[in-house]
Design a protein. Structure first.
Length: 248
């Protein structure tokens, strides 16, 4: 990644994350908002929609590794794949892209947001929330789910782009289907924070609270999961083992 300019990182990661959030928030809106043709589509529709959102976002941001997720960026920073300066540009682009994608989703579903009477469903399009609110256990869920994603990314190729869009998309679908039930599986701080900010500032009819009391969980949990995955990856010399297997 050292040959990629900071400007290109910012551009492609913003665009890729925006596509991810537009399609990810969009599938939730399709499945839960009043009057949508996909209303009551169910959890598996949402899981596959998010996976396909990752698929599209990875292709858009392919030139810069397609992090799309501060948890991925943190893991590569810890393992030496990117510099601190690059990491902060990735963070900024990911947050901005997530915000923009959520705004575009709101525009696409404007009439359905107006027609939906439940403010909880409106927030649910933008951000995650727990099925059973217990901050400690919700945090554990996000740590475990993010650890699975990041350790798999590190073992498989270092960035979603080097793995291939389909592979990471299927893992995201699998994490959602297996571990998404308790919290809605943010596994990405920008994915939750950017849209939550959008929810807070957009003129959404009858939107209610943005639930900031919960907002720290989908930020801290994925960060901790990413740090643990990166440290274990380094401590077990997994990178060297992978190289030796490929060479032998």
């Amino acid at each position: 990644m050292s040959t990629v300019s900071l400007g290109h990182i910012f551009l492609y990661e913003t665009l890729g994350t925006a596509v991810l959030l537009l399609l990810g928030c969009g599938v939730v809106a399709t499945a839960i908002l009043k009057g949508s043709k996909g209303e009551n589509g169910g959890w598996l529709l949402i899981c596959f929609g998010w996976g396909l959102g990752v698929f599209a976002g990875v292709y858009v941001a392919f030139p810069t590794g397609a992090h799309l997720n501060p948890a991925v960026t943190i893991s590569l920073w810890i393992t030496g794949g990117i510099s601190a300066q690059q990491a902060f540009v990735y963070f900024a682009a990911e947050l901005l892209g997530a915000f923009l994608g959520a705004v575009l989703c709101w525009l696409a579903f404007k009439e359905h947001f107006d027609a939906e009477p439940d403010p909880g469903k409106k927030l649910g399009v933008f951000s995650t929330g727990p099925a059973m609110r217990n901050y400690g256990w919700n945090l554990v869920t996000e740590i475990i789910a993010t650890f699975v994603l990041i350790f798999w990314v590190l073992i498989s190729g270092g960035t979603p782009a080097s793995i291939g869009a389909l592979g990471v998309a299927l893992v995201v679908v699998g994490i959602g289907a297996s571990l998404g039930g308790p919290t809605g599986y943010a596994i990405n701080p920008a994915r939750d924070l950017g849209p939550r900010i959008a929810h807070a500032i957009l003129p959404i009819k009858g939107k209610g609270s943005s639930d900031w009391s919960y907002a720290w969980v989908p930020i801290v949990g994925p960060i901790v999961g990413a740090v643990l995955a990166a440290l274990i990856f380094k401590a077990t010399d997994a990178a060297d083992l992978i190289k030796s297997v490929k060479a032998g």
